[in-house]
Design a binder for this molecule. Structure first.
Ligand code: SIN
Length: 275
């Protein structure tokens, strides 16, 4: 059935709340296209009061592509496509607490992630999202020109993050362009993040560290951000090709938990003519 969706932007730069759709229901092609268009325009979408079963969550994710399996995160219902997101009084670390694009160390990093939180703390536990098109566009022309030819090493290491859970596969590492062209919008996005990007190729350690430090600081500019306050049964879906995010752990010892379904992406590329 076609549902007319309402799109309420959170900021002029990034994020929109979507109303008038029940994601537990099968989506018509038209409704799916409206959601996809809003996603490409606003980069992160938020839905409230969604009561999806894990199977319905998987179905929604599969509308966007093949599902991604995290290298190391624990999962639910014996299905590694259902990544467990859980922090409570016994946690020593919270998933996603630094600025990152999900598993950017994969050769083909996830294009998007769909997080459904079932249990949220009474206060706190917000997630920040940053627009990487805006971050690239705000750089001066000399720095933009320097970055577009460069590649960087992305390395993952989950050794201490997930306790005794046995990893699903080897921790990935990959080399990606520092500025990537979004395959759907054709826009250029900054694609280095403090979670995974370790070194710019072809530069000395001193040069690479200085450039990455400047870019990681640049990403923290609030002008590129929106901040989402979760409620139980909210969903956020973000486009990892042009968004970084950071989950704030300010609610210890409270519990925050849910499920993330992640959609497999393609190999990042840079296409000059899109500039
Ligand atoms: C993540 O998937 O990186 C965590 C996001 C969150 O928990 O808000």
């Amino acid at each position: 059935m076609t549902q007319a969706i309402e799109v309420e932007p959170l900021t002029p730069t990034i994020g929109a709340e979507i109303n008038g759709v029940d994601l537990a229901e099968p989506l018509s092609e038209e409704t799916f296209a409206q959601i996809h268009d809003a996603w490409m325009k606003h980069l992160v979408l938020f839905f409230r009061d969604q009561h999806l079963t894990p199977e319905q969550h998987l179905e929604f994710g599969r509308r966007f592509g093949k599902l991604h399996i995290h290298p190391a995160a624990p999962f639910l219902h014996d299905n590694p496509e259902l990544m467990k997101v859980h922090t409570d009084k016994d946690s020593h670390i919270q998933n996603g607490a630094t600025w990152h694009s999900d598993v950017s160390a994969d050769e083909e990093p996830p294009l998007g992630s769909i997080l459904h939180l079932h249990h949220v703390p009474p206060k706190g536990g917000d997630t920040l999202f940053a627009n990487m098109y805006a971050a690239f566009e705000a750089l001066s022309e000399p720095i933009q020109n320097l970055l577009v030819g460069l590649e960087a090493h992305h390395v993952s290491d989950y050794t201490h993050q997930y306790g005794d859970h046995k990893p699903q596969r080897e921790f990935p590492r990959a080399v990606h362009p520092v500025v990537r062209t979004h395959p759907i919008t054709g826009r250029q996005a900054l694609f280095v993040n403090s979670g995974f990007t370790k070194r710019i190729r072809g530069m000395s350690r001193t040069e690479s560290d200085a450039l990455l430090e400047m870019l990681f600081k640049h990403v923290t500019n609030p002008a590129f951000h929106c901040r989402f306050q979760w409620q139980a049964n909210s969903i956020a879906m973000w486009d990892n090709r042009c968004v970084q995010h950071l989950a704030i752990w300010d609610y210890y010892p409270q519990t925050r938990s849910g499920i993330r379904v992640t959609v497999q992406g393609d190999r990042p590329f840079f296409r000059q003519e899109a500039v």
